[in-house]
Design a protein around this ligand. Sequence first.
Ligand code: AP5
Length: 234
Amino acid sequence: MAQETSRNVGPVVLLGPPGAGKGTQAKRIRERYGIPQVSTGDLLRQNVVQGTELGIAAKAVMARGELVNDDLVCDMVQQRLVLPDCKRGYVLDGFPRTAAQAGWLDALLDHELFDNSRPTRAWPIVISLDVDYNQLLLRITGRRSCPTCGRIYNVHFQPPRTDELCDEAHGTKLVTRNDDRLEVLQPRLTAYQEQTRPVADYYQRTGRLISVNGDLPMDDVTGQIFRILEDHHA
Ligand code: AP5
């Protein structure tokens, strides 16, 4: 599909449990609409690799599959959203994930109502990816990613052409995420049920949640999402 980069899009919020396909779909939205993917997981992992103060605080928490402190995450998101590439919109992948983060985002967008450069309030388009538990297990245990270009693969559903090597980044060896180990999966799913499900319920109550069937093949999920975004702007 052709790229569409002339109008404002979103902000778009992708909600869903670990392995639901948020990162995969966020990249496709980024490519189609030319808006940045703001992934709190990726930003935190970058901080861990760079050894920043935030990364040092987040490292052990992430390895246990728990959520990083709300204030730290909100500060990090705020610093990202003020960058000029977010002016036409952005897709939030993995944020908000707690009731406090959702409230913080609403307050941020409310504030934009009074910013003369943005005359209308920018309600987020909140899309929930609903995926069956057994499918999540396969997606998480089969996920591999390229440390050079960030491309995500899956040994079950989207394998690279050559085993364990990236198709694009000159054959870089693919890696498994530290928190994709089976023993970390359960705490991640528990954090989702206890802390992130209430966020989906909040958006549902306020009439803003749009659910898509995330069990379908990637292209079908993308089709559902693009239709929602097109309808929203029609
Ligand atoms: P984060 O990086 O956000 O991880 P997550 O939410 O657990 O989500 P994943 O990245 O595991 O999955 P995804 O939904 O993006 O799926 P993907 O597209 O990769 O967070 C990591 C950690 O950081 C957290 O545990 C927490 O500690 C911390 N953190 C992050 N944000 C935070 C926040 N806001 N507050 C506090 N702490 C925070 O797909 C998965 C696999 O499935 C891939 O292999 C893919 O190829 C495959 N796949 C995708 N779609 C399909 C499909 N339709 N069919 C078949 N296969 C598919």
